[in-house]
Design a protein around this ligand. Structure first.
Ligand SMILES: Nc1ncnc2c1ncn2[C@@H]1O[C@H](COP(=O)(O)OP(=O)(O)OP(=O)(O)O)[C@@H](O)[C@H]1O
Ligand SMILES: [Mg+2]
Length: 166
């Protein structure tokens, strides 16, 4: 039997922290599906089309990484895709409480699905999409923290006045 994992998130935008977790997942599982959430609560900077395009371009060299989109209950999507595992990244203690709640709720909803937590490389352990957008929009450098394609797309989106130091 092959093990398929789902890595759900907003990926607005994809960071090198996400890329690190996905690369680790691709070594651990037969297949990993990056599932971009259609999130009604957050209003995203990058459209769904852009987020899918970026992730597909970044992982085109890894044949066991698939990029998809999902809406609704995660455990239903996991089952629909024939997957057994939900992958989540853990940065600091601050991620723990929310992730713990989600993992146990998902287990209650479907106890055949396991949540697996993975730690990123140290140099990415403090990055979030929100922080990247904030720093970039204030003119700070994000080089090395996001894929080059994301850096380019951020430049295209954010007003030139904010880019004096990037
Ligand atoms: N730098 C990172 N290292 C390890 N895991 C990460 C990192 N950034 C995000 N993750 C994990 O990736 C998954 C998807 O998260 P999400 O799409 O919310 O990214 P995010 O960077 O936290 O974005 P936002 O700032 O919008 O919340 C979550 O499990 C999250 O904990
Ligand atoms: Mg987050």
């Amino acid at each position: 039997m092959s093990t398929v994992a789902i890595y759900p998130g907003t990926f607005d935008p994809l960071t090198n922290g996400h890329v690190d977790i996905i690369a680790r997942g691709a070594r651990l599982f037969d297949r990993i599906i990056v599932a971009v959430l259609v999130n009604a609560e957050k209003s995203p900077l990058f459209t769904m089309t852009e987020r899918l395009e970026i992730a597909r371009a970044v992982f085109k060299g890894l044949p066991n990484v698939e990029v998809d989109t999902f809406d609704g209950l995660l455990v239903d999507y996991v089952e629909r895709r024939g997957a057994q595992v939900i992958v989540r990244g853990l940065r600091a203690v601050s991620d723990f409480e929310f992730e713990f709640q989600m993992a146990l709720m998902n287990r209650r909803l479907n106890d055949k699905i396991e949540t697996v937590f993975m730690m990123p490389a140290e140099q990415y352990s403090y990055i979030s999409s929100r922080l990247i957008k904030e720093v970039f929009s204030l003119g700070g450098r994000v080089h090395g923290l996001v894929p080059d394609m994301v850096e380019q797309r951020l430049r295209d989106k954010v007003a030139p006045a904010a880019q004096t130091r990037s």
